[in-house]
Design a protein around this ligand. Structure first.
Ligand SMILES: [Mn+2]
Length: 333
């Protein structure tokens, strides 16, 4: 005779980031992973990042003494990793975008775990569609503003430039009723795009005012010269550290924010497990304080944490740092 009492699962929460197993009705934030690293320019392996964060989170307290809050009490659901069509970058981005879209349509906040930094583009496309006025706060060692990397436009080295184009294309479509290719001919390229953008924000002279900028970078300490030349008139860059974040929070009051965190903004001495380590970075404590400030004071409507590459840190400390970053962000919301 069979009895229908099955043994209890030994690790019922094993598949979710710490305590992030609330019902999809109750959850306000949806955590999900995009294990993608096909465009990584230097050392691959970031595809293992999201699974490592989830797995290693069991070694870390869900309670934060910094904030006196516990993830047990937080409305977060970890939905696991997307199954991605590796090898077809555009398709992968479309898959990330479609899933982000589902989350947004349910009026929840998408929280994406990479993967390499290009995954941001998929999520941001969906967020921008829902919130066309959204601005980006970007923490990273690298500007990621290249127009292409060795001829590749969809590269993690170009991700913020591509996000900028998403913002810009929206403006172009608003202003001029024609497709992008013909717009290029009619308007005469980038300079004309600038003009269109500044008309949109009420400045017809094509000059750049601080108020026109919609991308705010922090911690940047590496890039090609042309990235910084281009960046000067298109983004706001705080080099080397997170100074000025509190002022930015005041300035962005009422504005929707997409937050993207490339963990290599941390110094490699505390975060060696990443594909493109860059000495001279910030401490864990600076990052924790900065992210808490952003998540508490700014209206974050979507975010991601990316570029953990576990194979390059045999100590596992980088993964623990990533887990703690994610915990502190979730608690600060
Ligand atoms: Mn980076």
């Amino acid at each position: 005779m069979t009895n229908n009492v099955l043994p209890k699962s030994l690790y019922p929460k094993y598949d979710a980031f710490m305590e992030c197993d609330k019902s999809s009705e109750d959850a306000r934030i949806i955590l999900f992973g995009a294990p993608f690293d096909s465009t990584t320019s230097y050392r691959p392996g970031a595809r293992f990042g999201s699974a490592a964060i989830r797995r290693e989170s069991y070694g870390i307290e869900s309670y934060s003494p910094y904030q006196n809050k516990d993830l047990i009490d937080c409305p977060v659901l970890d939905c696991g990793d997307l199954e991605l069509s590796m090898g077809d970058t555009e398709k992968v981005l479309a898959q990330i975008e479609a899933y982000t879209d589902e989350i947004l349509q349910a009026d929840k906040i998408p929280f994406l775990l990479g993967g390499e930094h290009l995954v941001t583009l998929g999520a941001f496309r969906a967020v921008h569609r829902k919130y066309p006025e959204v601005v980006i706060v970007h923490l990273d060692a690298h500007g990621d503003l290249r127009d292409d990397y060795l001829g590749v436009k969809l590269s993690h080295a170009c991700v913020i430039r591509r996000c900028w184009e998403v913002m810009y294309d929206g403006v172009k479509r608003d202003k001029v009723m024609c497709d992008d290719a013909s717009l290029d001919k009619v308007m005469g390229g980038e300079v004309a795009y600038d003009k269109v953008m500044h008309e949109k924000v009420g400045r017809g002279d094509g000059s750049v005012s601080a108020n026109d900028l919609r991308i705010f970078q922090y911690g940047i300490r590496s890039g090609a010269r042309e990235e910084f030349v281009w960046g000067k008139s298109h983004v706001s860059t705080q080099f080397y550290n997170l100074d000025g974040l509190a002022e930015l929070a005041n300035r962005l009051k009422g504005k929707q924010v997409y937050l993207t965190v490339d963990l290599d903004v941390l110094d490699p001495s505390v975060f060696p497990g990443t594909g493109t380590p860059e000495p001279g970075g910030i401490s864990f404590e600076e990052l924790r304080k900065g992210l808490t400030l952003i998540c508490q004071k700014m209206a974050v409507v979507g975010c991601d944490v990316n570029e953990l590459c576990p194979p390059y840190d045999s100590s596992g400390i980088s993964t623990v740092a990533a887990c703690k970053v994610v915990r502190e962000m979730l608690l600060a919301f």
